[in-house]
Design a protein around this ligand. Structure first.
Ligand code: ADP
Length: 229
């Protein structure tokens, strides 16, 4: 079954002369556990699409179904819970809370959900992220790569069904960038997650099962790659 279905998705920003059509009737389906790269020039609508899938940017028209659920048919409250539990979103700028240490940042979505932290999972994640010896550090005491890993940890803590990453390596040097992609792929395999990465980087895109190209808010190419990852 299709895990993610995007149906006639449109997003228009602004009004009148300032109106911008960021997404223009996008249709696509993605299977469970697929690793997809979304590429396209700057301003083509990649981030808008990713944010619409993540449930953070309400579309002007069209629908998104995730695991059979109509994402934007939910009340705001239910949508917020859905996002916290089902979707891991990773930005280029890590959005960590500066006054919270690594463990506190990673477990924040769980605490916001008033649920109990699964200590075993937290420990597994700290191992996977290579952050065991940095777990009590504040974000400004970490390198850029470590901060990005902590942000990934926060996105992974809820074992989300789908991981969405918007230029996750954009602010990192090439070594740290490679590590982050390796980590995303490891977790995608380990937890059978559906992974979607928006990227400018051809080397990252070539590692995906599938590459979708967006231009002027439309899907202009959709290719499956043989022998990827
Ligand atoms: P990409 O991620 O491919 O660089 P975006 O999805 O960020 O592209 O943007 C698509 C288009 O929508 C661009 O023309 C951009 O200027 C416009 N856009 C994005 N966000 C907003 C916004 N909040 N308000 C107005 N226009 C926006």
């Amino acid at each position: 079954m299709d895990f993610l279905k995007v149906e006639n998705l449109c997003k228009v920003y602004g009004r009148g002369e300032n109106q911008v059509t960021a997404l223009d009737h996008v249709n696509l389906t993605i299977g469970k556990g697929e690793f997809t790269a979304i590429i396209g020039s700057s301003g083509s609508g990649k981030s808008t699409l990713l944010h619409a899938i993540a449930g953070v940017d309400v579309p002007t028209d069209g629908k998104i179904f995730l695991d059979g659920q109509d994402v934007y048919a939910k009340s705001n409250e239910k949508l917020a819970v859905f996002r916290r539990r089902q979707v891991g979103l990773i930005y280029q700028f890590h959005n960590l809370i500066p006054t919270l240490n690594v463990v506190e940042n990673i477990t924040l979505p769980i605490l916001m959900d008033r649920r109990k932290v699964n200590e075993e999972r937290l420990n597994d994640l700290l191992d996977l992220l290579g952050l065991q010896d940095r777990k009590n550090h504040l974000p400004n005491q970490l390198s850029g790569g470590q901060q990005q890993r902590a942000a990934i940890g926060r996105a992974l803590m809820n074992a989300p069904a789908v991981m969405l990453a918007d230029e996750p390596t954009g602010s990192l040097d090439s070594r740290n960038g490679k590590e982050i992609i390796h980590l995303l792929k490891e977790s995608h395999k380990k937890y059978r997650q559906t992974l979607i990465i928006v990227t400018h980087d051809e080397n990252i895109a070539l590692q995906a099962d599938r590459i979708i190209t967006i231009s002027d808010g439309r899907v202009v190419r959709d290719e499956r790659q043989v022998g990827s990852s």
